[in-house]
Every structure is written in C-alpha cells, then in structure tokens.
Design a protein around this ligand. Structure first.
Ligand SMILES: NC(=O)c1ccc[n+]([C@@H]2O[C@H](COP(=O)([O-])OP(=O)(O)OC[C@H]3O[C@@H](n4cnc5c(N)ncnc54)[C@H](OP(=O)(O)O)[C@@H]3O)[C@@H](O)[C@H]2O)c1
Length: 369
C-alpha cells in the first residue's frame, strides 16, 4: 500500500509519564511496514514546562512539533485532534475517558482501563452514546508474535489440547523507596500488582486457554489470593487461578512486586508438548519455543524435545501495532476493535473485581456501587 493510501490519525497525548514517552517514541518511528500515518498533534500535561521538556526529550525530531497545553482539557477541545491517548494513573482513566468522549474524541486508554468493571461499563456506555471509538491499550495482544502463537496453539494445535498455562509478571520494585503519592503505592491512584501487572498474566491465561474471543468462550471460575502491604493499602502479590469447569483447564496467573520474573515468563502445556514464552516481561514477549513429546515418549514419561524457536526482533517498544490497529478501525468507522473489544475489557475487569473480592484489596471506587 502506498503511504498516501494509509489512514491518518492525529493524536492528543494526555500525561507525560513513562508509558506516554514510550508511546510517542513508537508513534514517531519511521517504519517500512506501518499500516497508518500517526501525527502527534498535541500534548497535555500538568504544566507547560513539563510538556515542552517531554517533547524535547522524546520526540525532538517530530516536525512540526506537537502543540503543548498546560491542561488536558485544551487537548480534548483541540479541533485538530482525532483521538486521545490516556497515559495517566489507573484511577484517573474514567474521568479522562469521559471528558475526552464528551468532546467527541476517540480514545485509546492505558491498561488497567479503569479501577472496577463498573467504571469500564460507564465509559463504554458514554462512548456508545457519542458514537466514538474506544479501546483499552492492551498492547501485548497486538504483537504479531502473540498472534502467531495463538494460531499455532489454537488452529494448528501444535501442542495438542491446551490444559494448563502458567504466567508470572514480577517486578522488584522496593515500594518503600517510593513516595506514598506514587501511582505504584497510592490506593487512591489505583495502585497494586493486580491492576498494574497481573493483568498481563491474566491476559496470557485467557489468550492461551481460550481458542476464541467471544460469547461462546466458557466462563472460567476465578480463585484468588492476595498479599496486602503492611498498611493494607494495596496488593503486593496476587495469584489468580482460572478454572474451566467443563474441560478442567487451569491458568495459574501471578504477580508480585518483590521479585523480578526470569526471562521465561510463561509456559503453556498441551497434550502433545508445551510452549515457553520469553521476554523482558509478560507485557512484551520476544520469543517462544515449543517442545513436543516424541511418539515413544508419549507412552512412557519422558522429556519433550525442542522442536522450534521463534524470535521476533523489532524496533521501538512494540506499541505501534495497537496504534495501527486503532487507526485502521477508525478509518473504517468502527467504535471497537476485534482483538480488544469492549466486552473483553469488561470481562477482564470483572475477573479482577472478583480477585480483589476474594483477596482483600479495596479501592475507594468499591464503595460507589
Ligand atoms: N510504565 C509502564 O511500563 C506501563 C506499561 C503499560 C501501561 N502502563 C499504564 O500507563 C499508565 C501510566 O503509567 P506510567 O508508568 O506512565 O505512570 P507515570 O510515569 O507515573 O506517569 C503518569 C503521568 O500521569 C500524569 N498524572 C496526572 N495526575 C497524576 C497524579 N495524581 N499522580 C501522578 N501522575 C499524574 C502525570 O503527567 P503530567 O504531569 O504530564 O500530567 C504523570 O507523569 C498506568 O495506567 C499504567 O498502568 C504503564
């Protein structure tokens, strides 16, 4: 496709934290295989100085440079902005999304999309009323490597029938060294490992245990335990077990902020062998390997043999795949994306609500029901 045939999307970026810096750098990459043209039109920050510094540090080469606003509101109101990217702490997502939608803007909002499933539903209701596109930025689902693995596991059934998936996302955060108002410590901002990182482990469990997205996917039981911080403010470790009653399939999906997960973060077990997945974290996979039982070993207990390893090098962080998908959907006048549809965001949020109900981590939003 010629570049002049590609959809063009003009982005307004809300907040200048870490993930926004990754996102704008990925948007500004010049990629041979880009499926859309991304224009960074505006940046909204708490101060103009912070916004200008953000542009100078991360996207000095972007020409013309984005307009920098000292408020989010001005970005929502900018008529040259098509879509708002929201990179604020979790607890602010709902208000940011509602404000953007009110101005008729499309939205790509960071994960966790909201703090509770109730909040997520309110956002989607509002998007439905306004007829705008909204998506949770669950970028991992858009990695070609993940989609290749889904095809091999579910369509080609290279490891037979999947019966168990392990996935861990652990970071060694040393929370005590962070300020109490940090988004990683503050309950008011939606902190805790469940919403911050267990959401990726859960995503891997769902992607690998369920052949298809949609209404016919069996609803798994959620069994969860959480370890809370000393002041009971937030969860510092969460383990979720997904159990599919009709098949007995299980997902053991975990997070902690007290230890870094090794490079191999996921194992998918099937009747004919298993797959291991590697990467810096469960959010950004870079390789997978599958191992098969040999015919002789299928009758006696034996170690499966390495059959094939897939490695996927790419420039940037890998956030551009979701951005391209969003641009294509918006050009096609869609309001939701088929890989991360609204119902899936709500379903994952409901699982996390249930994990917190059993595990004990509470947010102020739980009292708003
Ligand atoms: N970091 C990651 O690896 C990563 C990966 C994927 C998703 N996410 C998600 O992205 C979101 C942001 O994460 P982040 O790591 O980028 O956070 P961060 O570095 O702490 O940045 C958050 C930004 O939000 C704005 N903000 C507005 N009100 C705030 C408040 N009361 N306290 C703190 N910041 C406030 C600030 O930008 P301004 O001052 O410019 O307004 C701040 O720089 C979260 O939902 C997170 O789950 C993060």
């Amino acid at each position: 496709m010629q570049s002049h045939d590609l959809p063009v999307l003009r982005w307004g970026i809300i907040a200048t934290g870490q993930i926004s810096s990754w996102f704008v750098r990925d948007l500004s990459l010049s990629r041979q295989d880009a499926k859309a043209i991304h224009i960074i039109q505006a940046i909204g920050s708490s101060t103009e100085q912070k916004g200008l510094k953000f542009v100078e540090t991360y996207i000095p080469h972007v020409s013309p440079p984005p307009k920098v606003y000292a408020s989010y509101e001005e970005v929502y109101a900018d008529p040259h902005v098509d879509i708002i990217y929201i990179g604020t702490p979790n607890a602010l997502h709902k208000q940011n999304c509602l404000d953007a939608i009110k101005h008729g803007k499309h939205v790509l909002c960071e994960k966790a999309f909201a703090v509770t499933s109730q909040e997520a539903k309110e956002i989607f209701d509002s998007a439905r009323d306004k007829g705008v596109f909204v998506m949770e930025a669950m970028w991992t689902r858009f990695f070609p490597l993940v989609q290749t693995l889904q095809r091999l596991v579910h369509e080609e059934k290279v490891i037979g029938d999947v019966h168990r998936v392990f996935c861990d996302l652990g970071l060694d955060m040393n929370l005590a060294t962070l300020k109490p108002e940090s988004r990683l410590r503050s309950r008011a901002l939606g902190a805790g490992t469940l919403l911050d990182i267990c959401i990726y482990s859960l995503t891997w469990g769902l992607l690998m245990l369920e052949p298809r997205l949609g209404d016919d996917a069996e609803k798994p039981r959620v069994i969860a335990a959480q370890t809370l911080s000393e002041d009971d403010e937030i969860d510092i470790a969460t383990s979720v077990l997904l159990h599919y009653p009709s098949t007995g399939k299980q997902g053991i999906l975990t997070s902690t902020c007290m230890a870094k997960t090794p490079h191999t973060f996921c194992r998918i077990e099937g009747t004919k062998g298993y797959v291991t997945v590697d990467g810096v974290s469960a959010s950004a996979p870079s390789a997978f390997t599958y191992y098969l039982k040999t015919p002789e070993e299928q009758s006696v207990a034996g170690s499966p043999m390495l059959i094939k390893r897939y490695e996927a090098e790419h420039e940037g962080f890998g956030l551009f795949w979701e951005a391209d998908a969003v641009a294509i959907d918006i050009a096609a006048c869609k309001t939701e994306n088929g890989i991360m549809p609204w119902g899936e965001t709500v379903r994952v949020m409901e699982m996390m609500d249930e994990a917190r109900r059993q595990g004990g981590a509470r947010f102020p939003q739980d009292d708003n029901k």
